[in-house]
Design a binder for this molecule. Structure first.
Ligand code: ADE
Ligand code: ZN
Length: 320
């Protein structure tokens, strides 16, 4: 599986930080993060909302554009090692300069330079998706969308929303998404990881994403699966994350195979790999073991990801 070329469309930049990297930065900056690690050095959390606060605590040691350049290098090395040739990372002005547009420009520049260096060294291509954080509220989402709109280009190509899906309604965030769409950013949104089929339908109606982060609870409603299949909305499915966070009890009951068989376009990603003790090779291995997926299925998945990628056509041609 390691050698199969992989594309990853759903990766949180800070969530992909190796724990040792975060511990190293904490030591440099004299920040005590001992509470967020297990004795074996992995991240420690208990349930989704605790996961979000551990994530934010780990992120607190990333304090400068230079820190983000180092993070970008560490994350892309990890992905390239797993055979990933193209990755889209969620980056948040909330963590990069507190949504100040000029500070955000500096962070984005540092991330981009590190990504271009990694592409030269390791052949991995990265694009960035600005992501607002739902539980930070609609006002901050608007400021985040403004940062995205001011810096959209061939590297920063998308806008999305992560965070606690049970907070607020899609309508609360419509202004931010409309601003992003007007700036010609491509749109994705976390929905249907925790939210029910009705809330997924509302997200599709109001925020009009072309991809959904997770979206797996759509499998509870055949009519919604039909709608997704017909409209071609692509799901960024992260099975290992769903198992680790308790969205589903185990791999065997994960709905990815049912979604795929219903004609829904699915892709596979890791979300926050070190948090969930996973990586793209492990996801592929588990999918092969659990559902009997072979190279042909993984090839189909990769082609879906190329089609759904938020990058230019020239890059897509190269990836195919
Ligand atoms: N931020 C990082 N990982 C996330 C997830 N799985 N769901 C929502 N927000 C997130
Ligand atoms: Zn996510």
């Amino acid at each position: 599986m390691k050698d199969l070329p992989k594309l990853e469309l759903h990766l949180h930049h800070e969530g992909a930080a190796p724990p040792a990297f975060i511990r190293g930065l904490a030591a440099e900056k004299n920040v005590d993060l001992s509470g967020i690690f297990e004795p074996d050095g992995s991240y420690r959390f208990d349930g989704f909302t605790h996961f979000l606060s551990v994530y934010e605590a780990a992120t607190s040691v990333l304090q400068s554009p230079e820190d983000y350049a180092r993070l970008t290098r560490a994350v892309l090395e990890q992905s390239a090692e797993a055979g990933v040739i193209y990755t889209e990372s969620f980056v948040s002005p909330d963590f990069c300069g507190g949504r100040d547009v000029e500070a955000w420009r500096d962070y984005l520049h540092a991330i981009r330079e590190a990504a271009e260096q990694a592409e030269r060294d390791m052949g991995i291509t990265m694009r960035a998706i600005v992501t607002c954080i739902r539980h930070f509220g609609p006002e901050k989402a608007r400021e985040t969308a403004l940062c995205a709109a001011e810096t959209v280009g061939d590297f920063l190509t998308g806008f999305g929303m992560a965070g606690d899906e049970m907070k607020g309604t899609p309508e609360d965030f419509a202004y931010a998404f409309d601003m992003a769409r007007e700036a010609e950013l491509r749109i994705t949104c976390h929905s249907g990881e925790w939210g029910d089929p009705k809330s997924i339908a509302r997200t599709l109606d109001v925020l009009r994403p072309e991809r959904l982060g997770h979206g797996v609870r759509a499998a509870e409603d055949p009519r919604l699966m039909e709608r997704l299949a017909e409209s071609g909305v692509v799901l960024e499915v992260c099975p290992g994350s769903n198992v680790a966070l308790g969205v589903v009890p185990d791999w065997a009951s994960h709905p990815i195979e049912r979604l795929r068989r219903a004609g829904v376009r699915v892709t596979v990603s890791t979300d926050d790999p070190p948090f969930f003790h996973t990586g793209m090779v492990r996801e592929y291995d588990r999918l092969a073991d659990t559902f009997g997926w072979d190279e042909e299925v993984f090839r189909e998945l990769a082609l879906t990801a190329v089609d759904a990628a938020f990058c230019d056509d020239e890059t897509k041609t190269r990836l195919r």
